[in-house]
Design a binder for this molecule. Structure first.
Ligand code: FES
Length: 170
């Protein structure tokens, strides 16, 4: 046997364990990738099939549509204490007929109220005013561009419901 053949055999002996090691490592990485991939797929499918319920908000009955005339406005206090003014602006029998806005002025916290003759919400403390969608139109709320927070509404079976937080903000 020649010296060059011995050197080639030694090199092959070193390459084969390295190949085995690389092969095992790539198999392990592939297995890990498949496990993570299927795990994420399972998580996404689980969230799709069983969506998490948001327990921080709840739907509350407000009124039946028949006893809420256009232009009427009621003040509602949510279970967690939020004061909300709900106003009827149209008569199509849909949630879009109504608007539910926080009745607390975002300037310094005074009570706002609906003025149907001026088609606006008004805060008497510093003459702040908001349009019927709650956007500030004059006074300090306009200067700081702070709208009245809005609450979702739903109509079902001729009844009006409002979605409110179950906990007060601190
Ligand atoms: S508190 Fe409403 S405008 Fe100042």
């Amino acid at each position: 046997m020649h010296a060059s053949q011995t050197a080639a055999t030694d090199t092959n002996d070193a390459i084969i364990p390295r190949r085995n090691w690389l092969s095992r490592m790539s198999s392990a990485v592939m297995a890990l990738g498949l496990t993570l991939g299927y795990g994420m797929l399972g998580t996404v499918m689980g969230l799709f099939l069983y969506p998490k319920r948001d327990s921080s908000r709840t739907w509350q009955f407000l009124s039946d549509l028949g006893s809420f005339a256009i232009g009427d406005s009621v003040t509602y206090e949510a279970p967690a204490g939020q004061k909300i003014v709900v106003t009827r602006l149209a008569n199509n029998g849909t949630p879009e007929d109504f608007i539910a806005l926080s009745s607390i002025c975002p300037h310094l916290g005074c009570q706002v109220h609906w003025q149907s003759n001026n088609d606006r919400f008004f805060c008497p403390c510093h003459n702040g005013a908001f349009d019927k969608s709650g956007q500030p139109v004059s006074g300090p709320p306009k200067d700081s561009n702070k709208p009245l927070p809005k609450y979702p509404l739903m109509v079902e079976g001729g009844l009006l419901f409002i979605e409110v937080p179950t906990e007060a903000l601190v």
